[in-house]
Design a protein around this ligand. Sequence first.
Ligand SMILES: Cc1ncc(COP(=O)(O)O)c(C=O)c1O
Length: 434
Amino acid sequence: MSIYGISVTVKSMSAQSMSSIKKNVPSAWYPTMDSFIAKGKNAEIWDKNNKRYLDFVGGYAVLNTGHLNPRVVRRVKKQLNDYSHSCFAFAPHENAVELCDQINKRYPINQKTKTFLVNSGAEAVENAIKIARYATGREKIIAFKGGFHGRTYLAMGLTGKEKPYKVGFGPFPKFITHIDFPYDYRGISDDKVIKQLQNLISKKIDPNDIAAIVVEIQLGEGGYIPASNGFLKKLREITKKHNILLIFDEVQTGFGRTGEMFGATKVNVEPDMVTLAKGIGGGFPLAAVVGKSKIMDSVHDAGIGSTFGASPISCAAALGVLDVFDKDNLLQKVHKQELIMEKSLETMKENFEFIGDVRGYGIMKGVEIVENKENKTASKELATKIISNSKKNGLLLVNCGKEGNVIRFMGPLTAPLNQVREAMEMFNNALEKI
Ligand SMILES: Cc1ncc(COP(=O)(O)O)c(C=O)c1O
């Protein structure tokens, strides 16, 4: 075939093999799955060999409304009739403003808020910190061990999980300090962490130098560990007392996964700023920084921005996602799914000696795999075997946690209940084969 007179060889997709990945992409980016994805529909995907899977990875907690949700597709198609891109800072478009308005109305901060749209979770986190430092005129940031905030330098600096995210990439900004994240199962209580923080701000860091504390309501990459509402309330008290901004990184907890639209409602604590990404775009790249208006408006003209942020297509998709929540009573469905998962996983915990803990808000369920309940020794080896058995059964899962021994469920909120039950059976069968 010739294009502009240059002869090119066109390989059909079917000719692509897994070895072509090795030839063409850096080894650090090799996919986990060993076959190409061919088709997706809500909670199901099919690979090129026509094998069907229940997708409880969901593009890493992105597909809250499933693959190709008709309400999302409808909005996107409609947008594609008109135009595909406009840099919002130059030519505004209605989808973005409607979406910001919707988020401002829905996010549980009891003051006027404003929303800034970008492309990815890391970009949202970067911008939240830029704005927080600008608004407070302070330099330092507190984050948590085990926290994950993205792959760009500042987001990586905030991330509190060394392997594989930070090793070899340092040095990182010196203005970030990490403290423990409460982890009941491993003996790190809320009180212990609050004392650590109080000690830090009374002896080591002047609280008047701290711009913000950034925290996930439930650790994602760090092991699906939920923060209690008591702990987050205490953080709120301390931050308020010292005029430190409290930033919730809701990139993973946002848009329904905790059983509420936002994690902040679930824990009943109001932050000053929030980052959102993943599920908000219904499978299209989109992220947001939401914050109190006086904070968001503190930055000088054009001090924040993004070429592709607020893509009209992604914003259309996000409005489609909100349609699903509003018109299909999605949160009620999530609650039913949560009950099924909780009951099944708790029974499995009783039946299998190597399940140490089952935890998590809403349908963000994590299953911690150990050698046995007595010694609680983390077992990545067993977790990997269970994930592999599950895949053979047709259920896609991935692990997380400092030791890689926590199996997490990130399926769509829209999954039909019979498929949630099917996923639980496949998982149980994978455990039985250990
Ligand atoms: C809590 C949290 N923050 C930030 C990020 C980074 O998001 P992205 O990969 O879109 O940059 C992630 C991604 O997993 C996340 O879970």
